[in-house]
Design a protein around this ligand. Structure first.
Ligand SMILES: *Cc1c(COP(=O)(O)O)cnc(C)c1O
Length: 366
C-alpha cells in the first residue's frame, strides 16, 4: 500500500522534538498567542525574507483578512483562476467582493492572455494562486496589475518555500497568504495559517482585524474577528519549519524521477516547470484522457491517488449564481483528466519505482 500522504510516518520521524515542543506549550500554558506564536511568526518571516508574518487560524481566514485589509471598493471584482481550491474564491465573496474567473494555463496557473480579457473597469485585484507548489507567472501578473492599477494577493497555500528568480513566494504581491492545513508542505496539527507582507500598514491592519480590532486588550479600535494561531500549532510549526527545505528537496527529487520515467508515455501530460521557478511540488499532477481507469488500476496495485480538483470552480454548485461563460476554459475541461500521484517526503525511491512500474504496466496492458 503506497499512501498519497503519510503524516503518521512524518510524525514518527520527528516525534521527540514534536512531543517536547507540545509539552512546553502546555507547561507554559501559552495556548493562544504567546511566545511560541511570536517565535514562529519571526522564524517564518525570516525564512521567507519577508518583513511581517501574522499567524491566523487557517488559510481561508488569511485570504479573507488580507483582502479586507486592502480596502477594495465594495462589489468590485477580484480575478480568481478557475482551477483552485474553493477558498481562493470563497474569501473574495465573504468580504463583499465579486469573483471573476479566469482560465488556467499549461502550468496550471493563471493564464495571462485570459487574465487580460477578464479585466474591466470594475476589477480591483488579482488572486495569484501558486497552484500545486509552482509559482504562477508572477512577473507578467505584476506588470498587468501595475498597468491596470490592481492589487495582487498571493495565495501561497500550496507553495511554502517556492521561488521565482531566487525570491520566495509571498514577496511579490501586496500581500500573501499561507495555509498550514496538516497536508500542506508545511502543516500544523490542526488548522492554522499566516499572512505575509512587506507593507507595515497592511501588517498592522491584518493583526488588528484578526484580533477583535484591538492592539491592547479591551481597547477595540474597530470591529474585527477572532482568527488567531494557537500555541500548540505554532510549536509544531517551529519544529517542522526547520525541515521544510529538506522535505521540499525530496519532493523535487520525486518529481524529477516521475518525469524521467514517465516522459515516454505519450498519452500522459506531465507537469512543466516555468523557467527560473523553484517549484515545491505540493502536488504532482498529470493529465490523462481515461483518468478514472488509470486511477482504478493504480488502486488495484495499492497506490493511492488524488484529484485536484474534480470540479473546477465555475462548475461548482456554489458558483451557479455567477453568470460568466467559462465553458471555453482549459480549467473547466481538464478537471476530468487530472490525477495527482503520491507526493511527499514519506515516499522512498522504491515506492516511486513501484508507482512508475504500475503506470507503465497499465499502458502496456491497455
Ligand atoms: C489549502 C488551501 C487554502 C485554504 O487553506 P485552509 O487552511 O484549509 O483554510 C487556500 N487556497 C489554496 C490554494 C489551498 O490549497
Amino acid at each position: 500500500m503506497i499512501k498519497f500522504l503519510d503524516l503518521k510516518k512524518q510524525y514518527l520521524s520527528i516525534k521527540d522534538e514534536i512531543d517536547l515542543a507540545i509539552q512546553n506549550v502546555i507547561n507554559d500554558t501559552a495556548f493562544v498567542g504567546g511566545k511560541y506564536v511570536k517565535e514562529f511568526e519571526n522564524s517564518f518571516a525570516n525564512y521567507n525574507n519577508s518583513k511581517y508574518s501574522i499567524g491566523v487560524a487557517n488559510g481561508t481566514d488569511a485570504l479573507e483578512i488580507a483582502l479586507q485589509s486592502l480596502d477594495l471598493p465594495k462589489n468590485s471584482e477580484v480575478i480568481v483562476p478557475a482551477n483552485s481550491f474553493i477558498a481562493s474564491a470563497e474569501a473574495v465573496s465573504r468580504v463583499g467582493l465579486k469573483v471573476r474567473f479566469c482560465d488556467n494555463n499549461e502550468y496550471y496557473n493563471i493564464d495571462i492572455e485570459d487574465l487580460k480579457k477578464q479585466i474591466n473597469s470594475n476589477t480591483s485585484a488579482i488572486m495569484a494562486v501558486h497552484l500545486y507548489g509552482q509559482v504562477c507567472q508572477i512577473d507578467e501578473i505584476l506588470k498587468i496589475a501595475k498597468e491596470n492599477n490592481l492589487k495582487v494577493i498571493e495565495d501561497a497555500a500550496q507553495a511554502h518555500g517556492a521561488e521565482f528568480n531566487s525570491n520566495k513566494v509571498g514577496n511579490f504581491g501586496d500581500i500573501a497568504c499561507f495555509s498550514f492545513y496538516p497536508g500542506k508542505n508545511l502543516g500544523a496539527y490542526g488548522d492554522a495559517g499566516a499572512i505575509m507582507t512587506n507593507n507595515p500598514e497592511l501588517a498592522e491592519k491584518c493583526r488588528l482585524i484578526a484580533n477583535h480590532g484591538s492592539k491592547e486588550k479591551y481597547h477595540h479600535q474597530i470591529e474585527g474577528r477572532n482568527s488567531r494561531l494557537d500555541g500548540i500549532n505554532a510549536a509544531v510549526l517551529n519544529v517542522k519549519l526547520k525541515k521544510l527545505d529538506e522535505w521540499n528537496k525530496i519532493r523535487r527529487e520525486i518529481a524529477q524521477y516521475y518525469v524521467e520515467n514517465l516522459k515516454n508515455i505519450d498519452e500522459i501530460v506531465l507537469p512543466k516547470e516555468i523557467e527560473n521557478v523553484y517549484s515545491v511540488y505540493h502536488l504532482f499532477v498529470i493529465r490523462y484522457k481515461y483518468r478514472d481507469k488509470l486511477i482504478e488500476h493504480l488502486k488495484n496495485d495499492g497506490v493511492e491517488t488524488g484529484i485536484h480538483y474534480p470540479i473546477s470552480l465555475p462548475k461548482l454548485e456554489a458558483y451557479k449564481y455567477i453568470k460568466q461563460d467559462c465553458s471555453y476554459m482549459c480549467a473547466t475541461n481538464w478537471d476530468k483528466e487530472l490525477i495527482s500521484l503520491p507526493m511527499g517526503e514519506h515516499l522512498t525511491m522504491k515506492d516511486c519505482e513501484y508507482i512508475v512500474n504500475s503506470i507503465k504496466n497499465y499502458f502496456k496492458m491497455k
